[in-house]
Design a protein around this ligand. Structure first.
Ligand code: ZN
Length: 588
């Protein structure tokens, strides 16, 4: 048994130079020449990242002798044939403070397996051990380890040996090392912990109390017992940051420290709501995408793009349930939930990309479009996250209405869990629709054709009205617009996006231009709106701007304001049916 295990060790060899030393030992290398590869991407983040570009040095040895290592493509090496054991040692540069790769300095180390552990081709199914070693030197005496990897000799939170069932398991447990704050709680009996890296003043009692509530809601939603023995939140706090990546028994999170609750904080601030939404999102993924997963991901092909048209169900529905869980478990109130839905509607309706790309197409092209957005993205890309969440909302309300409240999207999710997730079966490209029809007894083909494969706007106003809610545009009738999204620049106002068909585009202004004056008066990000407010649609204003270092002047004919901000309000006298539907939907 032992002879078949792949052994890894990882050492923060040089924190000041951001270098990990990673060693991989294979007892029985391929007699034809063992090949090794580093993944091109990390599951959950659909972009080719080519982690091999961070390998600074790599060499192979066997029984004390150098073995020739030939590089055969951008991320694959082949060792000369040799008797085992064969050891490959790499030095890997780790300076990416995100949830996706690796980061190392004198304050902490963090890594995701795909960015550091070589895959031993042909031996991916073998069990692995990994010796996580502490950096050398007295200054690192207090460092400890947080990870959901199973221990195999290491003490709890200690350096030492951990194990994984196979390569897929090995790379699905990010590891944090350093002097993080640690807090623990149980959710439905399952031990959970949160390790917080970075300067913070978080109220741990409130944090663990609220996280427990979210986690228990999700576990009960899919049904006990939870599919994991323990769960770890690895949270890095920074001045300004936001992100998360899901794993089978943990998640790596990046958040702004101001978003965490502080001692004595009474209300749920907008920032904290955002943080709880992130936690809820990644935790829901423990089921939806880590276990209920597209057939295209079973198994992952780590060498190249893995195409699926289903991310609207895996990211979109997860985005629908992340906020919905918060209102259902009572962490936010119905008014706050209405605001979140209205904000999503505003975001989706603001971009004309929704008319050009369906959420199924957006899923398929995630690798080259959603994940690689440029200044034209609002004009070209539909978000399978935000629009996907609204597809979830529309589908849920459609099912609830058409079945007189007997069925909901909850039943569809639970059926997907029972039929696919629990059994380890991949979800085929049209299976979500099939399961939805089967579970509800409805024929939902037309819904999916328009909402998922089409570019028609969702009938949200009608559906929300059936839940006793009115979706209302907020912009006044005389508001005017340039048709741009802007950001403050040191010398003026930078055009971040220029919307198709808007006034700025018609006048020849482009994303990247920095506006410096309107009608001969200097303009700033703060003064732009008040300058525009003095005009009506049809008025022409003179705009001066810099494109690169060249001054340009353009006459801009102001247009009626573009897509409005929406708000969602309670109907004054909702029907009894609507009240009942809403009570069941929001659980309030
Ligand atoms: Zn997600």
């Amino acid at each position: 048994m032992r002879a078949e295990t792949i052994h890894y060790s990882i050492l923060p060899a040089s924190p000041e130079a951001h270098l990990f030393e990673v060693i991989c030992t294979v007892d029985a290398p391929d007699p034809a020449g063992q090949r090794f590869a580093l993944p091109a991407w990390i599951p959950g983040s659909y972009m080719i990242r080519e982690f091999a570009r961070h390998i600074v040095r790599i060499e192979a040895t066997s029984r004390g002798r150098r073995v020739a290592l030939e590089k055969i493509d951008k991320h694959t090496w082949r060792a000369a044939p040799c008797a085992g054991p064969l050891t490959v040692t790499c030095e890997i540069y780790a300076w990416d403070l995100s949830v996706r790769a690796a980061h190392l300095d004198q304050t902490h180390g963090f890594f995701n397996g795909p960015s550091v552990f070589l895959r031993v081709l042909g031996q991916e199914d073998r069990p692995c051990t990994v010796d996580i070693r502490p950096p050398r030197g007295a200054r690192y005496r207090r460092w400890r380890v947080a990870t959901a990897l199973a221990r195999a000799g290491a003490r709890e939170h200690g350096f030492g040996v951990y194990r994984a069932a196979d390569y897929d398991d090995l790379i699905d447990h990010p590891v944090e090392m350093g002097t993080f704050t640690l807090a623990a709680f149980r959710a439905c009996g399952v031990p959970h912990e949160i390790a917080i890296t970075g300067v913070h003043d978080a109220d741990l009692a409130r944090l663990t109390r609220d996280l427990k509530r979210v986690c228990e809601w999700h576990i009960r939603f899919f049904g006990e017992p939870a599919p994991m023995d323990r769960y770890v939140f690895l949270l890095t706090v920074v001045g300004d940051g936001y992100g998360g990546l899901e794993h089978r028994a943990s998640t790596a999170l990046l958040a702004s420290r101001a978003d965490l609750p502080y001692r004595g904080m009474k209300a749920t601030t907008e920032g904290y709501r955002r943080f709880l939404g992130l936690v809820s999102h990644e935790y829901f993924h423990t089921w939806n995408v880590k276990r209920i997963k597209p057939a295209a991901f079973a198994p992952y092909d780590l060498d190249r793009e893995n195409y699926t048209r289903l991310l609207w169900a895996f990211e979109g529905f997860t985005s629908y349930y992340d906020d919905l869980a918060l209102v259902r478990c009572g962490l936010i109130d119905a008014a706050q939930y209405r605001e979140l839905v209205a904000k999503n509607v505003t975001t989706v309706l603001a971009g004309s990309g929704r008319r050009k790309q369906s959420v199924a197409e957006s899923s398929f092209d995630a690798w080259i479009k959603y994940y690689r957005q440029d200044e034209n993205a609002p004009n070209a890309v539909a978000s399978y996250y935000v629009k996907g969440a609204l597809v979830g909302l529309a589908l849920d309300l459609t099912i609830r209405t058409r079945t007189q409240g007997r069925r909901s999207l909850d039943d569809v999710m639970r059926a997907l869990w029972r039929r696919y997730g629990k059994r380890g079966r991949g979800v085929g490209e049209r299976d979500v629709e099939r399961v939805a029809d089967a579970v509800t007894g409805l024929r939902l083909g037309a819904f999916f054709r328009d909402a998922v494969y089409g570019t028609k706007d969702l009938p949200l106003a009608r559906l929300l009205a059936q839940a006793g809610l009115d979706l209302k545009p907020q912009t006044g009738p005389d508001a005017v617009s340039l048709g741009v999204r802007t950001a403050a620049a040191p010398d003026g106002v930078k055009l971040v996006n220029v919307h198709d068909g808007g006034a700025a585009q018609a006048a020849g202004l482009s994303a990247g231009d920095v506006m410096i004056a309107v009608d001969g008066l200097r303009v700033t990000h703060d003064s732009l709106q008040s300058l525009l407010a003095r005009h009506r649609a049809g008025d022409v204003v003179q705009v001066h701007a810099f494109r690169r270092d060249e001054l340009i002047a353009r006459r801009v004919r102001l247009a009626r304001a573009g897509p409005p901000q929406y708000e969602l309000v309670d109907q004054a006298r909702p029907k009894t049916d609507s009240r009942r539907l809403r009570r069941r939907w929001l659980g309030a």
